[in-house]
Design a protein around this ligand. Sequence first.
Ligand SMILES: Cc1cc2nc3c(=O)[nH]c(=O)nc-3n(C[C@H](O)[C@H](O)[C@H](O)COP(=O)(O)OP(=O)(O)OC[C@H]3O[C@@H](n4cnc5c(N)ncnc54)[C@H](O)[C@@H]3O)c2cc1C
Length: 488
Amino acid sequence: MTATLLEDLGRIVGTEHVLRGRAELLPYAADANRMFRGMPLCAVCPGSADEVRAVVSACHRAGVGFVPRGAGTGLSGGATPGDGQVVISLARLRAVRSVDPVGRTAVVEPGVINAQLSRCVAPHGLYYAPDPSSQSACTIGGNVAENSGGAHCLKYGVTTNHILGLEVVLADGTLLRTGALGPRCHGYDLTGLWCGSEGTLGIVTAICVRLLRRPGAVRTALALFRCVEDAAEAVERVTAAGAIPAALEMMDRNAMTAVERGAYHVGYPDDAGAVLLMEFDGLAPGMEEQVEVSMAQCRASRVTEVRAAQREAERTLWWNSRKAAFAAMGHMARAYYVADGVIPRTRLTQVLGQVAAIGREYRLWTANVFHAGDGNLHPLIAYDPSVAGESERVLAAGSAMLGACCAAGGAVSGEHGVGLEKRDDLFLCFDEGDMAVQRGVHDLFDPRDLANPGKMYPLPGRCAEVRRAVWDPRAHVQSTAAAVSPQA
Ligand SMILES: Cc1cc2nc3c(=O)[nH]c(=O)nc-3n(C[C@H](O)[C@H](O)[C@H](O)COP(=O)(O)OP(=O)(O)OC[C@H]3O[C@@H](n4cnc5c(N)ncnc54)[C@H](O)[C@@H]3O)c2cc1C
């Protein structure tokens, strides 16, 4: 059966686009979350939507599971294959099929890189708003599958708010067109259903995106605080004062240290405990008032220094330092793990305190770089994978952090998805009945469980066990364990 499948795949895409050797397959064994790995049967790189359809049909005939893959920048193991599955890489489908500058839409293939799309439509004065920090590498198909967010999603919304229609291949090879790419009729919002479905319903082969007009004015300000509590108070005050920043990002002391050791040197002072990066965009009239209101709220929250960027180069440096913050963790430790939870932004101080307590309790060095305006936390945990038991300790700490988020009224993923990483953690938000309904929806599209099998769904019957094991903030918040240093 396997031999027949491999022959079929070679016939469909050309044997040079079917990777089978161990060395060739290693890059496909994991996504950017290196905690999870699997060795696929092969990785197939179709060159057109028709080839994707034929590849999926061949997998269906053979009864072999397949894993859609964009750029592999996902952080929850979503594109990580199970052993013996077929990875279907969408990297060769990177055409911008059409741009409608008047209607402000574009139809793109799934392998188009996020930042490239904005560059492509820039001559029309347009851009694509969702901007994950990985935007120089991640694909629009991956963004749809993860319903990705980004720094400017505070004002503009996440991926689902910018997707108008999809062309998709279901797990049996059936082609389906939704929304603006479909019959434009009433009915269920299938486009919305596919956003965030993590490849478990099939493969997206074309995407109609909404484009926005480039804002006439942009102002960016940097605010330094002695501690994260003051910065968190400023986040609350700025939004409560009615200012609507396009972005409101925070880094703590440890993240600033990592960034300063990395490629971009902002010159964050040693005594700064947290930095806020605030950006405002829109029409020029009224912009200065918004910046002033926000800076005044920072002063009311005991800011030690706040200033607006005077030149484009300064703004670019601030943003580069923020967007490169994950990568800068490489200067602090042999490896790092990114947790991803979301909370009401009024609970930032409480949960950041709990995240620090969990780090101490599990003897792990942590840093925080996150979309503060959205309450989307990203605790970064430094670790050394070669130390026995350390990876397990990191995963347990990550789960405990999600427990703290859920206890504060939040959820287990802000934007990185569930993948392999958080399947069980879903039970912190949903019960068995909720998951059975979702599974029922899935089974309508993929009854044989061939599309990205093993992702996103917890094993049924484990809800009580998962909830019993959850980190209880009331029992641990008083943890007095000493702070931990990074290993590198
Ligand atoms: C440094 C760094 C910063 C990041 N910052 C952010 C951020 O700010 N916001 C954010 O939301 N995420 C962020 N991420 C996570 C990641 O970049 C996003 O989840 C991104 O959308 C993944 O895109 P990808 O092309 O790499 O997809 P992959 O990692 O290849 O795949 C992700 C998931 O999508 C599925 N998939 C991929 N393509 C398709 C398709 N065509 N059809 C169906 N399913 C498909 C895969 O099966 C998998 O489940 C960051 C990651 C890194 C490494």
